[in-house]
Write a protein that binds this ligand. Structure first.
Ligand SMILES: Cc1cc2nc3c(=O)[nH]c(=O)nc-3n(C[C@H](O)[C@H](O)[C@H](O)COP(=O)(O)O)c2cc1C
Length: 202
C-alpha cells in the first residue's frame, strides 16, 4: 500500500472481532519488516512476545484494567525493551574488523554502563519505534491495530516471565474490526500548531 494511504488507514481499533486467527506465518511476515527499523547504535533493544491463547488474553485484559479489546483481538503483542541491549554491541559488530569492533564496544559500554536512566530511555525509544512499525506493517496487510499502555507493568512483567532487565514498553493489539462499529480518527491539531521551522515558536 502507498505510504500516504497507509497513514490515513491506520487508527486505533477498540472493537475487534473475536475468534479471528492470525497465524505464525502472518506474524513472521509482519515482524520481518519491523526488525528493519532503526535503534540507537543499532542495539535493537526490542523483544516481542505474542499472546494468542484465549485464556491468556483474558488475563492480559484484566492486567490492562479490563480493557475488553485485549481479549477480543487476534494477537496481543507485548513490545518489550531490553535495558542491557548495550551489552550486545560486540556481537552486533561481530563481522567488522577487530579494531572497529573494540572501539565501538568500548564506546557503547562507556555510554550506557551505570546509566540506568539512559538505558531505560533508549529501550523505550527503540521499542516504541518498533511498535509504530508494527502498526504500519499490520495496516499494510489489512490488520487493524491498537497501541496500549494502560496496564499494570509489574503484573504484566510477571505474567510474561520478564526478567528485571526487560521492560514492557507497550502492547500492540492486532485483529480485524468488529462489524457495526465505526471508528473515527480523533481530533488532530493543525500543522501550524505543531510544526516549527528553525526554532520553536509558541
Ligand atoms: C503510548 C500510547 C498509549 C496508548 N494507550 C492506550 C490505552 O491504554 N487504551 C486505548 O484505548 N488507547 C490507547 N492509545 C491509543 C490512543 O488513544 C490513540 O492513538 C489516539 O487517541 C489517537 O487516535 P488514533 O490512533 O485512532 O489516530 C495509546 C496510544 C499511545 C501512543
Amino acid at each position: 500500500m502507498e505510504f500516504e494511504a497507509l497513514c490515513k488507514q491506520r487508527y486505533t481499533e477498540r472493537y475487534f472481532s473475536p475468534n479471528v486467527e492470525i497465524s505464525d506465518r502472518q506474524l513472521q511476515d509482519l515482524f520481518q519488516k519491523v526488525i528493519l527499523g532503526p535503534s540507537a547504535f543499532n542495539l535493537q533493544h526490542w523483544q516481542f512476545i505474542v499472546v494468542r491463547e484465549q485464556e491468556a488474553k483474558k488475563e492480559l485484559s484484566e492486567i490492562a484494567y479490563y480493557q475488553p479489546q485485549v481479549k477480543d483481538c487476534s494477537a496481543v503483542v507485548a513490545v518489550c525493551g531490553n535495558l542491557l541491549a548495550f551489552r550486545d554491541a560486540r556481537c552486533i559488530h561481530a563481522t567488522d574488523p577487530e579494531s572497529i569492533r573494540d572501539k565501538f564496544t568500548d564506546m557503547v559500554e562507556k555510554i550506557y554502563e551505570n546509566e540506568a536512566g539512559l538505558q531505560r530511555d533508549e529501550a523505550i525509544r527503540s521499542a516504541s519505534l518498533a511498535g509504530m512499525s508494527l502498526m504500519y506493517a499490520a495496516a499494510d496487510k489489512n490488520w487493524a491495530s491498537a497501541p496500549l499502555i494502560g496496564f499494570d507493568a509489574d503484573k504484566l512483567a510477571a505474567k510474561l516471565c520478564l526478567q528485571k532487565t526487560m521492560i514492557p514498553v507497550m502492547l500492540v493489539l492486532l485483529g480485524k474490526p468488529k462489524p457495526g462499529h465505526t471508528n473515527r480518527r480523533g481530533y488532530r491539531k493543525s500543522l501550524s500548531e505543531v510544526l516549527h521551522f528553525e526554532t520553536y515558536k509558541s
